[in-house]
Structures are given as structure tokens and as C-alpha cells.
Design a protein around this ligand. Structure first.
Ligand code: C2E
Ligand code: CA
Ligand code: CA
Length: 741
């Protein structure tokens, strides 16, 4: 704090010296240059102090102090220029002041006002800034008109020329404007600059008019000068303002600047007060003198024009703010599409035939987690653009939140088809080419049921999302029944699980061509409800996690039991189906490891069957599979060839076996085209060193053909149906006897 200390003392010294010089000057004469020394030195001190404040602060504050330093620099130049004027220009009753000097003063004042106006106001729009500038202009003109009357009298009395008279009006106007800006900022609730600094800066605005008064008052002593008398105080007040800033910094910076929400509205009194004052003044002058001067008429006109402009701009600003508020309620910020609120209202109030389409991006969560939120945002934006392009002009396109979109169509019935077709094309987002699968819920409605359309489309969407792949579900009355039936099944399922109503069957997997039993696949049963009927419900409700743990434990217990009874190599492995939902459970590898340990089953005697679709998205599911594989458990890809069928998956996912789907087995013995896939799959499996199991073998001919094509393992009703554990026991015992015989 040493620097502001000596600067302050220096500035005080300059101001005191000036006072001494002026007082002494009324008694004795001395060189005209002398009074300018403290003036110029005081101003230089202020420039230094402002620059010091700029160096120590940051951000908006630094910009402010740098700007006032420049403004003060201009005043300093003006002081020097005026010193030169006093020596070089001719005198005419008053110390001369040149155009250059006046320009420099005006420039300094304007810069200072600008610096104050540019103080952070919470992201002011150009309209708000313009309104503030016009406020200042209004005040300046009002000040000019109000003082012209008085100054006119004052100047006439001292015999000052007409041009100097005009300049003085301008000076006073600008000075008043400057003071008003300072006061305006001071009356704001909070300010980035310390209040004390503002208190010191405010009176500087009065330097102009004060020097004019002093200049005329000091006329009897030609070596004295009004400007020179005032300038050291300008310097001193500047130094004190900077000092207050330093003290604030030393005290810990103070509270942060929060733009007061009402700051913009406070200014609206300015045009009212200004027009009121000027009207009053003009009325008084006219009543007293019977006429108005050019200045008064011109000034009043200018004032009215300024006020009109100011009010028009402020009104436009208000309207645009109102628009923004209304738009924000209606619009989604990220994509620019309509908001959910707008969409539901639009659907409910639509008339005539319409279609509501709700869309959910399936793998959005995985993409967002895997590639980061920036990529997620880019994907949503890209998808929003695609939707807008597809939907056409007559549709309402909305983002309903998260990864859900909505379309309200009143024409173009083929939009849904085009939407599906477009799903096959990748979207580019943040440098990634992404294939997004979507679930779509659709409902058609007419005027009468518009109020219900959104809810129906939502039901259809939930149903579409429940399925594994991306799909479209159209609402109809059966859907509603289906859904309520599903709710009943879910409740029943929960009860059945608690009551131990489930059991497992085991379907043999046999060797080709001899039909020897090499493994089994466990298949869950619940009374007469087929797994296809309750597994999806269990997945939807999350119950599959609990049910799946029970299945794993039961199958491991059974496998360990067979091992004990029939020897360690009686069965190569027992397969257990694990659904996509289970793979998303991070605890799955632990659950499997615990089941193996509990029953003492070696990991390689357990096979986990997963579908391609479940691991296609990568992420959590793929991580689970990798962890399972690391335990030593076999991984088999179920229903191979029907899902995503990405051969790349065979490289990224640690697969030991593929189960060729029944549909390809069904095609055997037909045309070469029908056999092509079954043939290709053995080839691929062989080159990749994978075991192949042909599923759903129902005839001897199929078994024979599979053997010819190179398949060595098969499963199907031709060999055996899913059987209770005892039946497998019998088969294993018979097999042992055959080997022994
Ligand atoms: P999947 O994994 O493809 O199971 C094979 C299905 O095909 C079984 O039906 C089986 O009985 C049937 N199948 C076997 N051989 C033949 C044949 O020669 N002809 C015909 N037409 N069908 C045959 P199931 O038991 O009804 O199971 C259906 C699906 O339910 C399974 O398909 C599987 O995705 C699921 N699932 C069954 N049990 C479980 C389980 O314990 N956990 C999980 N997560 N899913 C299971
Ligand atoms: Ca299976
Ligand atoms: Ca299968």
C-alpha cells in the first residue's frame, strides 16, 4: 500500500500548493505558467493512480480503471494544451482557450462517461446500452437548457464572446451528464467499483462548470486561471478514488457484482423528469419574457426527439424481453424445437384428423455416458434437424425432454415410414458417425379424441420401448388391454417368485452324428405360461434380476449334482440364458461367481447364453460379458444371425460358441439360397475357432444335412424336448452304462 500512500500525499500537496498560489496571486503578480505546474502534476498523479488500480484488479474492474486512466490521460493532455494556449494565444479579456484544448477536455469527459456506462450490467443488450446513452443525452440537453438561462446572464455580465458562451453550455451539459451517470451507478444496488471510489469520482464532473465560474471570478488577475485552480483537485479526487479501490482490495475484494434486476427500470424516470423540468422552464421563461431564445427552442426540440427515441428503444427492448420469456416457455433450449408444454397443448387443441408420433432414442444413455455430454448434445441436435427435415412444414416438432421427441402431424401420413427408413442412416455428431435406433409410439386421432392423443401415443411408446430392438407400436384398444394384462402378470410374477412357483427344464445338446449328450440348456418354466409370455414382463419390471439369480443358482446346483453323480466329464457344460437387462446389472459377474463357488462348480462347466442385441451397444453389457469370460465361464451367442448380426461383435466380445438360430436350420434341404447362411456360419465359426450349436433341429434330415455341412453339435425336438432334471439323470446313467459296456 506504499504507492497509493505517496501518490495521495503528492496529490494533496499539489492541491494545497495550487490554493496557496491562487491566494498569493491575488496579492502579487508572478509568471502565468506557475499555476499550471500543480495542475499538470496533479493530473499526472491521477493517471498513475488509475493505471495502478488497473494493474491490481482484474476482469471488468480492470477494464474500467484502464478506461478511466485513458480518460484522465486526455484531461492531462488538455491541461498541457491549455498551458500552451495561455502562452501562445492572444488574450481578449479572458485567458484564452483553444479548440484543441476544448476537444481534448470533451474527449476526456466523453471517455469517462463511456467507461462508467460500460460497467458490467449483467450482460446488457445493445438496446439497453443505447437506452442508457440516450438517458445521458437527455440529461445533458436538459442541463444545457436549464443552465443556458443562467450562464447567458453570467457571461453577458462579464462580456464574454458568443462562441465561448456556447462552448460553456456544452461543457456544463457534459459535466452534468457525467455526474448523473455516477449518481445512477451509485443508486444501483451493487456496483463492481467500491462505493467510496464513486463518491470521489462524482464531483470531478463538476470541474467544468466550476472552472468557468472561477475563470470569470479570477479575471482581475491575468496570471491566475480558473481551469488551473480546479485541475489539481480533479487529480486529487482521482487519486483518492483509486486509493479507495486499493483499500477495498486489501480488505479482501468485497462482495461480487450482481446485476440488480431493477437497474434497467430505474432509468425510466429520467425522460419524465427531464421533459417535466424543461416544460416548466420554457413555460416560466415565456411567461416572463414573452419570447424564447434559439437555444431554448432548439434544445427543447432536441430533448423531445431524444426522449421519443429513448422511449421507443426501451419499448422495443421490453417487447423483445417478453418475446424471449414466451419463447423460452415454448421452446427447447438445446435443439430450438418446441417444448413439451407447447407440444401437449398443441396436441390437445388440434382439430381434425391427426397423428401423434413419440420417439425415444434407444442407445442415447450409452452414447452420452460413453462419448460424453458434448457428443450427446450434438447427437440430439443432429437428430432434431433430421426430424425437422422429415416432418415437413405442417408438423409440430418438439423435444419432450431427455432423448424423447414428439411429432404432431396433420398431413403427410407417410412421415412415419420415412422416419423408420432414415433410422438406418448414421448421424454425425461431434466427429462420430452414430447409428441411432429409435422406439416409436404412434396414434391416430380425430377432433373428438385429441385430448387423449398424447396419452395414447405415450402408451404406444412405452410398449415400443419395452421390446428389444427399435420398433414402432401403433396405439389401438387391444394395446390398452394388453398393458393392463401385463400389469397383472407382473404382480403375479412377483408373487410366484416369492412362492417358489418356478422350475427349470433342461434341453439336451447332443453330438453329431451319434446323438451323445454333451450338454444341456436350462429353460425356465412357470406353470403353463411360456417364457416368451413372462420373460419380457420380468425384464420390463426388473424382476428378471431376481428371477435370473434364482435360475443361475438352481442351474449351478443341478450341474454340480450331476457332476457328483456321473463324474466330472459327464456333461461338458450347462447353459443358462441371461437377458439383456441382467447384463446391465453391474453385480452380475459377482452373482455368477458366488453361485459357482457355492456349489463347487468349475467355471468352464457353465455357459452363459446372451443375444447379439444385448451386447451390440457395447458399454455396461459388454463389460459384464468380458468379466464373466474372465471368470472362465463360456459365452455363447444365442439366436445367432437374427439380431444385429455384426460379425465385428465376434472380435470385440469374448465368444466361445455360437448358436445358429432355428430359422436357418428350417431352411436346410431347400434351395442353395436357403442353405447359404447355415453354410457360411460354420465357415466363419471354424476360422474363428468357435463352437457351433445348431438350434431347433426337428427332423432326421436336418440333423443329417447339418452333419454334412460340418456341424458337430445340435439341439432340438428331434433329439429331446426340454426335460426335468431326473430325465437328464437317466440319460447320463444310460450313457455311462453304454460306455462301460
Ligand atoms: P431360446 O434361448 O432360443 O431357447 C430355445 C427355445 O426353443 C426354447 O423355448 C425351446 O423349448 C425351444 N426349442 C428347442 N428345440 C426346439 C425345436 O426343435 N423346435 C421348436 N419349435 N422349438 C424348440 P422356450 O423354453 O419356450 O424358451 C423361449 C425363450 O425364452 C428362450 O429362447 C429364451 O430366450 C427365453 N428363456 C427361456 N428360459 C430362460 C431363462 O431361464 N432365462 C432367460 N433369461 N430367458 C429364458
Ligand atoms: Ca438360449
Ligand atoms: Ca436360441
Amino acid at each position: 500500500m506504499a504507492r497509493p500512500g505517496w501518490l495521495t500525499r503528492f496529490a494533496v500537496l499539489m492541491a494545497v500548493s495550487e490554493v496557496v498560489l491562487i491566494v498569493a496571486g491575488t496579492r502579487t503578480a508572478y509568471p502565468v505558467l506557475l499555476v499550471w505546474v500543480p495542475a499538470v502534476a496533479g493530473l499526472a498523479a491521477a493517471v498513475t493512480a488509475f493505471r495502478g488500480a488497473a494493474v491490481r484488479t482484474g476482469g471488468d474492474l480492470r477494464a474500467f480503471w484502464r478506461r478511466v486512466a485513458v480518460a484522465m490521460g486526455f484531461v492531462l493532455l488538455a491541461g498541457i494544451s491549455q498551458t500552451i494556449d495561455v502562452v501562445t494565444l492572444p488574450w481578449s479579456g479572458m485567458p484564452p482557450i483553444g479548440a484543441r484544448t476544448l476537444c481534448l477536455y470533451v474527449a476526456g469527459t466523453v471517455l469517462a462517461i463511456t467507461a462508467l456506462l460500460r460497467l458490467p450490467g449483467g450482460g446488457r443488450t445493445w438496446r439497453q446500452l443505447l437506452t442508457a446513452v440516450l438517458d445521458v443525452a437527455v440529461v445533458a440537453v436538459t442541463g444545457g437548457i436549464a443552465t443556458s438561462q443562467y450562464i447567458g446572464w453570467f457571461m453577458n455580465r462579464f462580456g464574454v464572446s458568443e462562441s465561448a458562451w456556447w462552448l460553456n453550455i456544452a461543457m456544463i451539459a457534459i459535466a452534468v451528464a457525467g455526474a448523473v451517470v455516477v449518481v445512477k451507478i451509485m443508486t444501483a444496488r451493487r456496483s463492481p467499483i467500491p462505493r467510496a471510489s464513486l463518491w470521489w469520482l462524482a464531483p470531478i464532473g463538476l470541474a467544468g462548470p466550476l472552472s468557468t465560474l472561477l475563470m470569470t471570478a479570477l479575471r482581475p488577475w491575468p496570471h491566475l486561471n480558473g481551469s488551473a485552480a480546479v485541475l489539481p483537485f480533479v487529480g486529487l479526487f482521482g487519486v483518492l478514488a483509486a486509493h479507495a479501490q486499493h483499500r477495498r482490495l486489501a480488505a479482501g475484494g468485497g462482495s461480487p457484482w450482481i446485476a440488480p434486476p431493477s437497474a434497467g427500470r430505474r432509468g425510466s424516470a429520467v425522460p419524465l423528469v427531464a421533459t417535466g423540468l424543461v416544460s416548466l422552464l420554457v413555460a416560466i421563461v415565456f411567461l416572463r419574457t414573452g419570447h424564447l431564445t434559439t437555444v431554448q427552442v432548439a434544445g427543447t426540440t432536441m430533448l423531445l426527439l431524444l426522449v421519443v427515441a429513448r422511449q421507443a428503444i426501451a419499448l422495443a427492448e421490453n417487447n423483445s424481453l417478453l418475446d424471449t420469456v414466451a419463447r423460452q416457455a415454448m421452446q427447447d433450449e438445446l435443439t430450438g424445437l418446441f417444448s413439451r408444454r407447447y407440444f401437449t397443448a398443441a396436441v390437445a387443441s388440434t382439430t381434425g384428423p391427426h397423428t401423434v408420433v413419440l420417439i425415444d432414442l434407444k442407445e442415447f444413455r450409452a452414447i452420452n455416458d460413453g462419448l460424453g455430454p458434448a457428443a450427446g448434445d450434438a447427437l440430439l441436435t443432429a437428430y432434431a434437424e433430421r426430424l425437422t427435415a422429415l416432418a415437413g412444414r405442417h408438423a409440430v416438432v418438439a423435444r419432450l425432454g431427455g432423448d424423447e421427441f414428439g411429432l404432431l402431424l396433420t398431413a403427410a401420413p407417410d412421415t412415419v415410414d420415412r422416419l423408420l427408413a432414415s433410422g438406418a442412416e448414421p448421424l454425425s455428431a461431434a466427429g462420430h458417425e452414430l447409428l441411432v435406433e429409435v422406439s416409436i409410439g404412434v396414434t391416430d386421432g380425430d377432433t373428438g379424441d385429441a385430448a387423449d392423443s398424447y396419452r395414447r401415443a405415450e402408451l404406444a411408446l412405452r410398449e415400443a420401448m419395452a421390446g428389444a430392438g427399435g420398433r414402432v407400436v401403433r396405439y389401438d384398444a387391444t394395446l390398452e388391454r394388453q398393458l393392463s394384462r401385463r400389469a397383472t402378470v407382473a404382480a403375479d410374477l412377483r408373487r410366484g417368485l416369492a412362492a417358489g412357483e418356478f422350475h427349470l427344464l433342461y434341453q439336451p445338446i447332443v453330438n453329431l452324428p451319434d446323438g451323445r449328450l454333451v450338454g444341456v440348456e436350462s429353460l425356465v418354466r412357470w406353470g403353463d405360461v411360456s417364457p416368451a409370455g413372462f420373460i419380457p414382463v420380468a425384464e420390463d419390471t426388473g424382476l428378471i434380476v431376481e428371477l435370473g439369480a434364482w435360475i443361475l443358482d438352481t442351474a449351478c446346483a443341478q450341474a454340480a449334482e450331476w457332476r457328483r453323480r456321473h463324474g466330472p466329464d459327464a456333461l461338458r457344460s450347462v447353459a443358462v440364458n441371461v437377458s439383456a437387462r441382467q447384463l446391465l446389472d453391474p453385480a452380475l459377474p459377482e452373482i455368477v461367481a458366488a453361485a459357482l463357488a457355492r456349489h463347487g462348480l468349475p467355471a468352464q462347466q457353465l455357459t452363459i447364453e446372451i443375444t447379439e442385441t444385448a451386447v451390440f451397444g457395447g458399454g455396461r453389457a459388454l463389460a459384464s460379458v468380458t468379466a464373466l469370460s474372465e471368470l472362465g465361464v463360456n459365452i455363447a451367442l444365442d439366436d445367432f444371425g437374427t439380431g444385429h448380426s455384426s460379425l465385428g461383435l465376434l472380435r470385440t466380445c469374448p465368444v466361445d460358441a455360437i448358436k445358429v438360430d432355428k430359422s436357418f436350420v428350417d431352411g436346410l434341404g431347400g434351395s442353395p439360397q436357403q442353405e447359404a447362411i447355415a453354410i457360411a456360419l460354420t465357415g466363419i465359426a471354424e476360422t474363428m475357432g468357435l463352437r457351433t450349436v445348431a438350434e431347433g433341429v426337428e427332423t432326421a434330415e436336418q440333423a443329417q444335412r447339418l452333419y454334412e455341412l460340418g456341424y458337430r453339435q445340435a439341439q432340438g425336438f428331434h433329439f429331446a424336448r426340454p426335460l426335468p432334471a431326473d430325465a437328464i439323470d437317466e440319460m447320463l446313467a444310460a450313457q455311462q452304462n453304454r460306455v462301460a459296456a
